[in-house]
Design a protein around this ligand. Sequence first.
Ligand code: FAD
Length: 503
Amino acid sequence: DAVDTAPAIVVGSGYGGAVAALRLARAGIRTLVLEMGRLWNTPGPDGKVFCSTRTPDQRSMWFRTRTEAPLGTFLWLDVVNRDIDRYPGVLDCVRFDHMAVYVGRGVGGGSLVNGSMAVTPPRAYFTEQFPTVDAGEMYGTYFPRARAALGVNTVDPAWFESTDWYRFTRVSRKHAERAGLRTTFVPSVYDFGHMQREAAGTAPRSALAGEVIYGNNHGKRSLDKTYLAAALGTGHVTLHTLEKVRAVGRAPDGTWILTADRIDDTGRVVETRQYGCTYLFLGGGSLGTTELLLRARETGALPDLPASVGAGWGPNGNVMLGRANHLWDTVGADQSTMPVMGIDDWDNAANPVFAEIAPLPTGLEHWVSLYLAITRNRERASFSYDTASGALRLGWTAAHSAVSAAMAKKLFDRINAANATIYRYDLFGSGSRVFADDFTYHPLGGCVLGKATDDYGRVKGYDRLYVTDGSLVPGSLGVNPFVTITALAERTMARVLTEDTAP
Ligand code: FAD
């Protein structure tokens, strides 16, 4: 069979993939990027590239007939999810036995669907999670490099205090302060200049029009506008979309051989292609990269991969919950979709939690304060490969999740007690569930740095094979992960381009 070759191939175009592509291209190395999702640059019949969370259509989710938003119900009515046509939409939900993992699909990966929160972890916790990484170098060089390239900015505090769009955040801050808790502003890659123009009516609305998990039509500095635009601008990068890498192997001469299925808009495989490269960078994310390596090991394609491939996975302790406010504490019908503040109780050694104040932009007053809590859950799970079906399994259990929920409960019981408020029981579907601890936006681990790879993301057992994405992070980070994933990828690329690819 014909094999298309390139010096370097990058699998996936999320944070890890985008950094690899840009740095390879800047070094003059011809690079092919293979992405299973679409390129999101073409307006649909409504003139928009992405659909809204309020009226989701086929663009919302990856090959579904119904949307699967984490907020399953509202006031016990199934008003949030909608029937849709099957299509390579931008948000995927990968369901394991006890954990649903949300990921972005498309050129830009998670940057297309995420909440833009661009948080650098507390140095002490970073050092604990990455004991072999030089923290001085990270905080001095790679975190600043990542933040600059991602276009991180912060909300103008004066505007924040005065605008209706963040009333929901100010109400939650007041309630946290009554419980003696500290809040902190959270930086973002959403352009706050644009957001202020949205509020003033001088720019088209996106964050102020309910857009987020199915993509933002304006204002967001997603990777297709930052790292990937710069990478393509070098002329050294070729991008193939709707191509899913399904197998990785190695030719006797050491060339990496990839098998990829090209799909059409119905999901049908229209062609299977083979690619070859000298340097292979895996940026498929915690799920994508771990699946490729685990399958390669278990099928015997790459038998020398270490036993630690597939281990060390965690959901960053994610728990979502809502509180019911008193009638006089209105959160506002107008809510920006971009969170800008967190309740920071991470230094509470007895119960470390960092809880983001999340919007619930229904366009109506609902008196709900919503939160995405990141808890310090020390449980970890492993992936296994089911040879018969070819599917990935995840050993995460409900008992593992209960640890996160208990930590969130401790913090929010305190907030409820200080404000004489209660939880909302109608947000997460069946029964009276208060804590949504069975899904995550932050899948982390599977090919942990220093375990499945060396200290720079070089996969053990082989040479010229690298991991640059969230699978390197050992299950917990304490904050939202994309700044850290980007900074670690910058660090890996700086090392690889000086030590491994020099002629
Ligand atoms: P990804 O960004 O997931 O990129 C992987 C890419 O590889 C995808 O485009 C995927 O389609 C592609 N791919 C995978 N497998 C293959 C294959 N076999 N062949 C071809 N292509 C493949 N983090 C924050 O820091 N702040 C936030 O505010 C925030 N909010 C979030 C909100 C939501 C709804 C979600 C889902 C996530 C959020 N996150 C947030 C998490 C953040 O987006 C992820 O941590 C981040 O995107 C992970 O980066 P990555 O490079 O590891 O992989």
